[in-house]
Structures are given as structure tokens and as C-alpha cells.
Write a protein that binds this ligand. Structure first.
Ligand SMILES: NC(=O)c1ccc[n+]([C@@H]2O[C@H](COP(=O)([O-])OP(=O)(O)OC[C@H]3O[C@@H](n4cnc5c(N)ncnc54)[C@H](OP(=O)(O)O)[C@@H]3O)[C@@H](O)[C@H]2O)c1
Length: 198
């Protein structure tokens, strides 16, 4: 398959790049300052330009999205807004603007994360953004068929524990290898409207 991988230079993205190539797919890498195609997906017009540059694809794989982590009393309206513009809107627009560029039986796979189901301190914006992504996936699946859409909602990556482990006490972790398997299930399988919680 011809796969557009957003966030390919990141921790998750690098693992996905390797796993998808290993399975024989052609991967086109995307980032703001890294990758073969350089586009900031927080700007909807840049998403449109990205699709024009990429041409037709079979799958869009999302591995980019930023939210602020802060104690709730310190959150500001700008913080809530940035959670939306950093993780929700870019992924929604990747789907909406990608409909004419993704094969009729192609797929979108979006990134969510554990704070939506396991509340942690400082994680309110992450919970909100991930909840929105997961809700979008369920409803979009109904409207974009036969194209498919799923979300991967991982725990902290084992490989990220040194950076973020302290914020997720007692929750364990998930190996990136298992996260990439969930993406493979989404890209190569038949399921749609699913959230893979790992
Ligand atoms: N790390 C974890 O343990 C963990 C666990 C569960 C879920 N997640 C989720 O997984 C996602 C990726 O995490 P990560 O740790 O792999 O992040 P990361 O290492 O910071 O990588 C982010 C990647 O996305 C690209 N990117 C960021 N903003 C972009 C934008 N606006 N437009 C285009 N590309 C953009 C970056 O490249 P450029 O800088 O070149 O743009 C980079 O390739 C995040 O949404 C995170 O919430 C992470």
C-alpha cells in the first residue's frame, strides 16, 4: 500500500515507519521540519496542500498531536484551545480533507491515548482531546464508508517511561511493537469505527 505517515520522525512515527516498510508498504513520511513532505497539519490549508503534493494514497497514518499537561487550576482558555488545535482539529481535517485522496477502500488511523480512560493529574486537556478524537472516529466511520477509520489509544510507551512514566503512576506501559501491531490491524484489516485501547 501507499501510506502517508504523519509524524514519522517521532518516537511512535519511527517505529511505525520501520514496521510498515517491513511489511512491504511504501511509506511517505511527513512532519513540520522532518520527513519527505514538510507540512504543518495544525493549518488546514497546509493539509490540503499536503494531499495535493502526496497524490493518491491507500492509507493515512497519524502519529502526531500535542496537548498541554498542566494542573487543572492552572489551565487557561488558551490551553484548552491548544489541546483542540494541537491534536483534535489536525486529525479531523486530515480525514475530512483526505476523503478525495484516499482510495475508496482505504483507511485513516488516528492517534489518541490513555488519559481519556485513566485520569491522571495534569492530564485534563489530554483526556479532552483524546475523547474528542475517539468520538470523531466512531461517528466518522458511519459517514465515510467504504473508507475506514480507527484510532489507536495507547498507554505510555515503554520506550517513553524515562520521560513520562512519573505522570502515569501504576499504569504500566505498552511496548511500541504492540502499538505498531494495532496500526497494522487498522491499515491492513477490515475493521472500522474502532478504538484500539492498549
Ligand atoms: N509518548 C508516549 O508515551 C505516548 C503514549 C500514548 C500516546 N501518545 C501520542 O502519540 C503521539 C506521538 O507521540 P510521540 O511521543 O511519538 O511524539 P514525538 O516524538 O514528539 O513526535 C511527534 C512527531 O510528529 C511531528 N509533528 C508534530 N506536530 C506536527 C504538526 N503540527 N504537523 C506535522 N507533523 C507534526 C513531529 O515532527 P516535526 O517536529 O518535524 O513536525 C514528530 O515527527 C502524540 O499524539 C502522543 O500524545 C504518546
Amino acid at each position: 500500500m501507499n501510506i502517508l505517515l504523519i509524524g514519522a520522525s517521532g518516537r511512535l512515527g519511527r517505529a511505525l515507519d520501520g514496521a510498515l516498510r517491513e511489511r512491504g508498504h511504501h511509506v511517505v513520511t511527513v512532519g513540520r521540519t522532518s520527513g519527505e513532505l514538510r507540512y504543518d497539519i495544525s493549518d488546514p490549508e497546509r493539509i490540503a496542500a499536503l494531499y495535493r503534493a502526496a497524490g493518491p494514497v491507500d492509507a493515512v497514518v497519524g502519529a502526531a498531536g500535542h496537548v498541554p499537561y498542566k494542573p487543572l487550576p492552572e489551565m487557561t482558555p488558551d490551553d484548552w484551545h491548544s489541546a483542540f488545535t494541537g491534536k483534535v482539529l489536525p486529525q479531523i481535517e486530515l480525514v475530512r480533507r483526505g476523503l478525495d485522496h484516499v482510495a475508496e477502500r482505504g483507511s485513516f488511523t488516528l492517534i489518541s491515548g490513555i488519559p481519556v480512560r485513566e485520569p491522571v493529574r495534569t492530564g485534563s486537556a489530554a483526556a479532552l482531546a483524546n475523547g474528542a478524537v475517539e468520538a470523531f472516529v466512531r461517528t466518522a466511520a458511519v459517514e465515510i464508508a467504504p473508507r475506514r477509520i480507527n484510532a489507536v489509544s495507547p498507554n505510555v510507551f515503554t520506550e517513553s517511561l524515562p520521560d513520562f512514566g512519573a505522570s502515569f503512576p501504576g499504569l504500566g506501559s505498552v511496548d511500541l511493537k504492540d502499538v505498531t501491531e494495532a496500526y497494522v490491524r487498522s491499515v491492513e484489516g477490515a475493521q472500522t469505527g474502532r478504538v484500539y485501547a492498549l
